[in-house]
Design a protein around this ligand. Structure first.
Ligand code: SF4
Length: 265
């Protein structure tokens, strides 16, 4: 079978549960939306548009950036209204997520403003242009047969930092996140002929956490990619994708999208 093109999400799903990967990426059964997914998309789109702001009329940058990010967030919330409606959440619960996401973005904006102030030179437009990262960059490798979108690539002096934004409740850099960052590092390395100096996660509720990119870090990502390709290029049948029955099949407030068809218990 030909090599499938994987993404950090598909690879992480494969390692979480082979069968879940089969249902989602091979059988392509529909997945249900979730508020965490939708609000994550809203926060990401807000931050992506933030760096496209026209700041030529800004005079008081602290106030202007804060007003602008709130406006962008409202626009994006509205943009996703159909997805939000489809979740059928009680109004009070939805309002809670709205408020929490706005607080996260304002928290991020405070860090942005601190950085902006420290690097301020010449004027607002010049400084904004100077500190702008590359956002939502698509990276794809035929050799690795992997593609992914990197939230932000930032130059810090001589260093290159790859940043992923997360709306997670906890600032825990889990193995799945390390794997995602390792895959981005490999994709970056292949395209630019050098590894990024650091990778990190900006937990919007908290702050930015950076990790150095060393050989073991890259090696783990390489092994994971090889191992998924080795499996998917030789295994076609559902039975060859083992169920990993854990509390992630069904928890207090939810269940795996494929719980019904999988019947793990
Ligand atoms: S219900 Fe559990 S075992 Fe079945 S696909 Fe989902 S995570 Fe895997």
């Amino acid at each position: 079978m030909p090599k499938r093109v994987e993404s950090p999400s598909s690879i992480n799903t494969f390692f979480q549960c082979n069968r879940k990967y089969y249902y989602q990426y091979i059988e392509k059964l529909p997945t249900k939306g979730s508020i965490h997914l939708v609000r994550g998309n809203i926060a990401h789109s807000t931050l992506e548009h933030f760096y496209d702001l026209d700041v030529s009329s800004f005079t008081n940058y602290e106030k202007d950036f804060k007003v602008a990010i709130q406006k962008l967030f409202l626009e994006q919330w509205d943009e996703y209204k159909e997805e939000l409606f489809a979740l059928q959440l009680p109004q009070k619960e939805l309002a809670g997520y709205f408020e929490e996401t706005l607080i996260m973005l304002m928290n991020w904006c405070n860090f942005f403003l601190k950085d902006f102030k420290e690097k301020f030179s010449e004027g607002i437009e010049e400084t904004f242009t100077k500190i702008k990262p590359i956002t939502e960059a698509e990276y794809s490798s035929d050799t690795l047969s992997v593609r992914g979108f990197i939230d932000a690539i930032r130059s810090e002096g001589e260093e290159v930092h790859i940043i992923d934004y997360k709306t997670n409740a906890n600032s825990d850099i889990k193995d799945s996140i390390k794997l995602q960052l390792g895959i981005y590092s490999l994709l970056y390395q292949e395209k630019h002929g050098k590894t990024p100096d650091k990778v990190g996660v900006f937990f919007l509720k908290d702050k930015l956490y950076l990790l150095p990119v060393d050989q073991p870090f890259l090696q783990r990502a390489k092994v994971a990619i090889s191992s998924i390709h080795a499996h998917t290029s030789t295994c076609e049948k559902k039975e060859e994708y083992k169920k990993n029955i854990t509390p992630l099949c069904k928890w207090r407030t939810g269940q795996c999208d494929f719980y019904g068809v999988c019947k793990p218990f």
